[in-house]
Write a protein that binds this ligand. Structure first.
Ligand code: HMG
Ligand code: MG
Length: 314
């Protein structure tokens, strides 16, 4: 496979450095119909590390009844050993049960995941927004006491398949409540991919006005409507420096109607390299990884860059 590179032309309005927060092993694989074998998951994480990704969300310590695809979270971390530990290997943890399990396996970072809407809170967590904040409070407190790094996701931050448009103040209220628990970073989840660039700017401005600045924010765009990369550029222009992406463009949420894959890591890397922003990622190795993963899953990777660079092989 011969990899061509983008022509590098820096932008006066977008600068680096940018941290790529890789969610493929977690967001990507939680949504697969079949359960991917633990050894394949471990191999995926190892390949991502070898391709230069530094921050990788590996799995979730959620109820195995709710997400059987990630029931092997503990086994996966044992298989990864040191490669699965530390502040740059977050795992999703909804409750104290999940935190206990995560701590048993030596995690260094956790992510709680709230919802901007009542419907999705019920569907994804089996409780209201207020009850979920109550569930997360002791998780964050204990995680901080254990010196873990903590991220807080807010899903349906740009739209909800049941409730429709979600008012920006409603989203910002939930963001404030989760950050008040003591999280280090907020990730704005466009779970169903309906956001557009002006919306991104407006939500970031509202959060800034409430004291949550871009230095504490990551963006998490699903690409359902093809907006993920343009939304990312809007966020970068506003000063965000952490972008979630999934190798090959895998992803989705089993509890969110119409959620499809995340922004593909390859598409993000291509854009950043074109802007002259170093990522440390070897795009060639990453494409090979996504092609390999697509073979494991038995279907092509959605990423446009993977398709372009690997052609029919993907
Ligand atoms: P619950 O309130 O305990 O509910 O779960 P339950 O009574 O249905 O419990 C189910 C069973 O799981 C019980 O066991 C519990 O003990 C057990 P049983 O009595 O049947 O033997 N259990 C657990 N087991 C292991 N680890 C745990 C755990 N917790 C309970 N941590 C809960 C509430 C929140 C746990 C459940 O609703 C759940 O697991 N939800 C997770 C759903 C999920 O993972 N969704 C995908 C991630 S979010 C996402 O993808 C969005 C994001 O990408 C951002 C974006 O795109 O917007 C982050
Ligand atoms: Mg997601």
């Amino acid at each position: 496979m011969s990899v061509s590179l983008p022509h590098v032309v820096p932008s006066s309005s977008i600068g680096g450095p940018v941290t790529i927060y890789e969610v493929g092993p977690r967001d990507g694989l939680q949504n697969e119909q079949s359960v991917v074998p633990t050894e394949v998951k471990a191999e995926l994480v190892r390949r991502l590390v070898a391709a230069g990704l530094t921050t990788i969300e590996t799995t979730s310590f959620v109820s195995p009844r709710w997400v059987p695809q990630l029931a092997d979270a503990g086994e996966l971390l044992e298989s990864l050993g040191e490669a699965g530990r530390g502040a740059r290997r977050p795992v999703l943890v909804p409750n104290e049960r999940g935190l206990d399990r995560a701590l048993e396996h030596g995690v260094g970072a956790v992510a709680i995941f709230g919802s901007a809407t009542e419907t999705f809170a019920q569907r994804n967590l089996g409780r209201s927004v207020a009850e979920s904040v109550e569930m997360f409070a002791p998780v964050v407190k204990r995680a901080r006491d254990e010196d873990l790094w903590v991220r807080a996701y807010v899903s349906m931050a740009f739209g909800d398949p049941w409730e429709g448009p979600v008012p920006i103040p409603q989203v910002a209220d939930v963001c404030e409540r989760l950050m008040a628990l003591g999280a280090d970073q907020l990730s704005l989840g466009d779970t169903i991919g309906t956001g557009t660039p002006g919306h991104v700017e407006a939500l970031l401005a509202e959060l800034d006005a409430r004291g949550i600045g871009v230095e504490r924010i990551g963006v998490h765009f699903h690409d359902t409507y093809g907006q993920a990369l343009s939304n990312t550029m809007a966020a970068l222009r506003a000063g965000v420096r952490v972008v979630d992406a999934s190798t090959g463009g895998l992803g989705g949420c089993p509890y969110a109607k119409s959620a499809t894959g995340n922004l593909a890591t390859e598409d993000l890397v291509w854009a950043l390299h074109g802007l002259g922003i170093e990522t440390g990622v070897d795009l060639d190795a990453l494409v090979v990884t996504s092609v390999w993963m697509a073979e494991q899953l038995g279907r092509p990777a959605p990423s446009r860059v993977v398709k372009a660079l690997a052609g029919a092989d993907s």
